[in-house]
Every structure is written in structure tokens, then in C-alpha cells.
Design a protein around this ligand. Structure first.
Ligand SMILES: C[S@@+](CC[C@H](N)C(=O)[O-])C[C@H]1O[C@@H](n2cnc3c(N)ncnc32)[C@H](O)[C@@H]1O
Length: 276
């Protein structure tokens, strides 16, 4: 316990997690008072659950606590792989030296968890490798991505049941009576490419292949570093892409000469008859 406390104190935490009675991580976000607002079912017995962009694993461990049969926590180990606008990309030597996931590993061991951490970019997540899930949770990930619709489409392929999405909506654009998104890639703060309004998130979930989409809640979560993040939670189901593998990119394998139509009267002329 002494040793564990020292390791916990020496680790940087995104999530506040209670790892043992009285042993709580100093996370940037304490989601414990807010868990009830997301509409996660009380019990998940027998279900396969995917937590996308898990970081220290708060939602993955919560799903396990609620009885999920299997939980997969997907994330990246290398910050170089995050989406960076080129001018905002840190210099190579400014990235953290070690892989991410130390907090998750420590929490995993302390909790005696069976959650499987999969290191994979969401853009590459494929039901052909990971299978499909009864519940997919994705919180505050899409807001940081350049291609939100591609990421949503990847989730739709992985989701055979319900998708719970929690993202930040634009307060400014929420005044508009139609779906819209603010472009923010060049602002001087955490990388956010696009911040849709609530209608925008809803419309994108539908475009990505979910037949049933409803807004579940909106609320604002304070960080423990002095700022707060507005959340909109959607529940989506009826994915028309569930289980469909990601199409492989087609490479150029052959270049064929394109016949050029001359201007000597052969345009539109009938093909010559085959030789006898
Ligand atoms: C702001 S944190 C959110 C953590 C957690 N989901 C929550 O709701 O508290 C965003 C997480 O998404 C992960 N992430 C960002 N881009 C990703 C990508 N392309 N593929 C997989 N994970 C990604 C980050 O590494 C980070 O752990």
C-alpha cells in the first residue's frame, strides 16, 4: 500500500480514481459526481463494452464495476499520433519520452481489473480485428479529432447496440436553429478542430449510420485546474454499419493509357469491324 501510494503520487492523472479505500488519484477531472448524468445502465451483466479514448480508464473501470462481461479500453500510447495541425505540432523532442498509459496500468493492477487495453488509433479500429460491442462509450475524444465523421463511422461499425457519446457543444452556435460547427484549429488552447452545436452532433451521429439518436443530457463538468467543460450526451443505436469491416484503401496498381480522341473526324466514329 505504501509502495502503491508512492507510485500514485508520482504519476500524472487525468481521471480521479479511487484505487483503494482512501487512496484517490489527483485527476484533472473528478467524474464521480457526474456519472449518473450520462445514462449508463446500472448493470451491464453479460455485455461487451468498448471505451474509446480511455486515458486512465475511468469509464472502462466503471463498466467493469457494473458487471460487463468484457471491457476493451482503446487509446493511443504515443502523443505523436494525436491529430495536430502542422503549425501546432510540438517539436519531436517536446513529446513525453515514455509511452502513455502508466496511470491506466497502475489503476488496472490496483483494482485487479480484467479490462483489456488496446493501443489503436480510432481511425484504424475495425470490427474485423476487435469484433462488435453491445455498448460503446466515447467521451471527449471526437472534439479533438480532425475527422469527426470518419471517427463516428468507425464507431458505428463497432457498435451492435448502444453508443453513448459525450462531447463539448458550441454554446455560441447552439443559438442557431440548424446543425453547424465552429472551426477552431488555430486557437491557442487544447487542440480542437471543430466544435459542433448540439444539433450538429446529433446530425453527425445520424450521418455516420445511427438510425436512432436522442439527446440524453447537457451539463458542465468542472476541472480541478480551474476551467469547466460543457457536455452534451447523446444515446445512439440502430447502426446500419454494425459489424461491417473497414474498407481497405485501394492502391494504384496499374496505369493504363487513356485513349485520346483525335480531331480528325474520328470523334464518335463507330468501332472498326474485327479483322477476318
Ligand atoms: C480528453 S481525453 C478523454 C478521456 C475519457 N474518454 C473521458 O471521457 O474522460 C481524450 C482521449 O482520447 C484519446 N485519443 C485522442 N485521439 C485518439 C485517436 N485518434 N484514437 C484513439 N484515442 C484517441 C487521447 O489519447 C485521450 O486519452
Amino acid at each position: 500500500m505504501q509502495d502503491l501510494s508512492a507510485q500514485v503520487a508520482a504519476t500524472g492523472w487525468y481521471h480521479t480514481l479511487e484505487l483503494a479505500p482512501g487512496l484517490v488519484t489527483d485527476g484533472m477531472f473528478d467524474l464521480r459526481p457526474w456519472v449518473g448524468r450520462y445514462g449508463l445502465p446500472d448493470r451491464l451483466d453479460g455485455l461487451r463494452v468498448l471505451d474509446v479514448g480511455s486515458w486512465d480508464g475511468f469509464w472502462a473501470f466503471e463498466a467493469e464495476r457494473r458487471g460487463a462481461a468484457e471491457v476493451v479500453a482503446l487509446d493511443l500510447d504515443d502523443e505523436r499520433e494525436l491529430d495536430w495541425p502542422p503549425r501546432r505540432r510540438p517539436a519531436e523532442d517536446a513529446f513525453p519520452p515514455g509511452p502513455r498509459g502508466a496511470g491506466f496500468a497502475l489503476a488496472h493492477a490496483a483494482l485487479g481489473s480484467r479490462v483489456a487495453r488496446v493501443v489503436c488509433n480510432l481511425y484504424d479500429a475495425d470490427p474485423a480485428d476487435l469484433g462488435t460491442f453491445d455498448l460503446v462509450f466515447c467521451g471527449m475524444v471526437l472534439i479533438h479529432l480532425r475527422d469527426q465523421l470518419l471517427a463516428l463511422e468507425r464507431i458505428a461499425r463497432l457498435c451492435r447496440g448502444t453508443f453513448i457519446s459525450a462531447e463539448e457543444p458550441s454554446r455560441l452556435l447552439d443559438r442557431l436553429p440548424f446543425p453547424a460547427s465552429r472551426y477552431l484549429a488555430d486557437r491557442d488552447a487544447a487542440v480542437v478542430y471543430w466544435m459542433p452545436n448540439r444539433r450538429g452532433w446529433r446530425a453527425m451521429l445520424r450521418s455516420a449510420g445511427f438510425d436512432r439518436v436522442r439527446e440524453h443530457a447537457t451539463f458542465t463538468v468542472p476541472s480541478r485546474r480551474g476551467f469547466a467543460v460543457r457536455h452534451v450526451v447523446h444515446h445512439a443505436s440502430g447502426s446500419v454499419l454494425a459489424g461491417q469491416p473497414v474498407p481497405r484503401p485501394r492502391r494504384v496498381t496499374e496505369t493504363r493509357p487513356v485513349p485520346v480522341l483525335g480531331d480528325r473526324g474520328d470523334r464518335g466514329s463507330p468501332p472498326s469491324p474485327p479483322p477476318d
